[in-house]
Design a binder for this molecule. Structure first.
Ligand code: ZN
Length: 64
C-alpha cells in the first residue's frame, strides 16, 4: 500500500524550478487538469508531456 504524506502533496509547485509553466506531479494529475480546463474553460487540444528539466509534467497544445 502506498502512503502519501501531506507534505508531499503540497510540493506540487516548487519555487526552485527552471520552469515557469504549471507543473503536475504525475501524468494522471495533468490529465485531470486537462479535463478540468476542457469542462470549465472549454480549452481543447491539450496534451501532457514529461519535462526532464524539472521532473514534472506540463500541459501543451497538441498540434498533431
Ligand atoms: Zn519543466
Amino acid at each position: 500500500m502506498r502512503k502519501y504524506k501531506p507534505s508531499e502533496i503540497q510540493e506540487t509547485y516548487p519555487i526552485d524550478t527552471p520552469c515557469t509553466k504549471m507543473m503536475y506531479k504525475s501524468e494522471s494529475e495533468a490529465r485531470a487538469a486537462i479535463l478540468f480546463l476542457k469542462d470549465v474553460k472549454g480549452i481543447t487540444g491539450l496534451a501532457t508531456y514529461y519535462c526532464a528539466k524539472c521532473g514534472y509534467y506540463h500541459l501543451t497544445r497538441d498540434f498533431s
